[in-house]
Ligand binder design. Sequence first.
Ligand code: PLP
Length: 363
Amino acid sequence: MTAMTRRSLVGLGMALPLLGPLGWSAHASQRPASASDPVRINYNESPWGPSTAARQAMREGIEHCGRYPYDAQYRLIETFAASNGLESDQVQVFCGSKLALQHAVMAFTGARSLVVPDPSYEAPVDAAESRGSTVHRVALDNRHAHDVEAMLAADRTPGLIYLCNPNNPTGTLTPRRDIERLLANKPDGSVILVDEAYIHFSDAQSCIGLVKEHPELLVLQTFSKLYGMAGARLGLAVGQAPLLQRLEVYDGGNVAPAPTLLGALASLQDRQLVPQRKADNARLREQTIAWLGERGWRCTASQTNCFMIDLRGPATPVVERLASQGVLVGRVWPSWPNWVRVSVGNEAEMLRFREAFATLTTG
Ligand code: PLP
């Protein structure tokens, strides 16, 4: 093991955590993992949680919880729209981007199909299958990018084509020119949804700038990943107003919680937050991937807070063996049964991961 010994891990602290009402230890995201805490690197959450400014704003938001916080929602929309060169009617707020995704599936599929990359985030597939829509799964290409030609060929008149860029679970990017080619060649009446849940971790350019020219392009972003607000639930949908109105049928005029909106605003106003967390995440991810590489394990070329490891054999037993050591990783995707997804935690969590992973190969 490089730069880590069993002794240094023990030295990280053995104190029993104080459990909060949800059974989580207080400020778990800010403390190094102790030997008694499970290491939760299985849901692509942030090990850092909301920023200091966001926590302060969220506390202040409690004072406003007696009223519907439309003002805060308009301020958030206007701030986001202004910094992305959009009109405010081109941004819609949802309690999590998953909800926006589910509503997009409801709005744009049904009689018409859904086309998705595989492996990728399963929420749109689950939503489409629950309403009986046809789903076409298209394998990633050999660079682990979306195979846009095959996606276009999957159905001549799909209702919705889902892109995830960077992709969950591989963390890999699809080149901008491929996304532009898809937009240029898609059938009329088919909506393209680009899910940018992980864009802030990557060097990729957002597709938000393409919304002006493309009336059937929907882009989703979230505060759950780099901004560390998964538990506060906030996602944004960006598109031309008539497209967003088709989603409003399901969520029209809804408003997000006041603490969440104020926390999100404070996050957007913090100019250091994205570059700082992006750099910290990349450092921890690359350290871990290099450590695995030195031991002969191949990983995906991730630009996000997760990556996949090729275990060259069934991955599910490995997930179980790591869990038995208190290190929660996963999931395994059915189309890639030998690969496991690992989320990037904080320094101490990644040390615990390495120690547990090392025992798998040494018996
Ligand atoms: N999109 C992708 C690609 C995700 O991985 C996730 C969550 O893991 C989501 C959307 C949903 O995020 P949220 O509903 O927390 O905004």
